[in-house]
Design a protein. Sequence first.
Length: 436
Amino acid sequence: MKILVVGNGGREHALLWKLARDAPDADFFATRPNGGMAGIATAVDLDPADVDGLVAWAAEQNVDLTVVGPEAPLAAGIADRFAERGLAVFGPCAGAARIESSKAFAKKLMVDAGVPTADYAVFRDAGAAAEHIRAGGDGPVVVKASGLAAGKGAIVCDGAEEAVEAARAMLEEGTLGAAGSEVVVEEFMRGEELSLFALCDGETALPLLPSQDHKRIGEGDTGPNTGGMGAYAPVSLATAELTDQVVESILHPTLHALAAEGSPFRGLLYAGLMLTDDGPKVVEFNCRFGDPESQVVLPLMESSLFELMRAVASGESLRGASVRWSPNAAVTTVLAAEGYPGPYAKGMELVVPDELRATSAAAHPKILLFHAGTRVDAGALKTSGGRVMAVTGIGSTLGEASARSLRGAAAIEFSGKVYRSDIGWREFARDEWSRP
């Protein structure tokens, strides 16, 4: 069995880690793997965006299953190309990936399908966007790049003039490139955010364990948005009843709408939700696993992810399938480079204590290290990205998991290391007894 993982970030390391436990006898390959993935998979010296090269390589090597991690290759049609060659691939076609690659498309799809989401308007002209924003008053508003912006395309603005400037910067200054050539201006929704992954076969959504991401750089969710500074699971607000409600009122209508568009969604659908006073509403959809939510959800998954992925990639139905979960909790703390999400330095040497390396490789680990922006250079582990590593702690309580995550985060050394110490703070505020 040959399995190829496309991508080389923290999400892909978590996927590779889980798949290697589910299928220990398989041969694993990864595109230009980071410093943590390199010890699990054989390197394939192709860029994750090189669709032509990857299709040719997978066909030549008779790869049995390809798992696509990042959104950009999916938007570029990598799953379509693999399917044309008769190669099993886990990931949606380009038409279905529009649920993430075009926020304007996703919003219209949701409204037409009756899926609850924030009110919105779409603009390509900064003047028209400014007129719309000012007409709405001076309350908070959200400005989003419609295209793919590596997790940095959503700006929560405190007032109208800040939102006008955000839209102008995208549309006139091109601060986000082609991704910001079209913007979505949204109603600001109040509530608590929740991330829900679902494995989808085109018709049926099989939900995974809900988690909560912390997108802001600073303690207490302050400062600019990032790709994610940490996450935890489970979330007490995410009851079985709430999950069922999301599946029936959000996920299944979305799948049916995509199928009606001629683009059935087969892969992993990520629903970013806001739990409002009026019920759960969609903040955004992604067409792949989230980062850093994967680093807490996958370590708690006791069922085989590999078997479920293989079923989806083979065109089988997920109807009647279920997932077993550990009773434990998980917290992951992201170690970032100084300056992130703005400009940051690379090439800083990392020092990882031997006891953390050993723990991370254990059969039943309590601390896991998921690399993101790391590389091995002349035998030394060095930083290569803004989010460097996610340190996941596993415990019988959320407090125990948090303490382990923070202990690991503190022990790893590199110049300019930045991390938050309050991941899971809303959950701890709800339950004083769960505090670390």
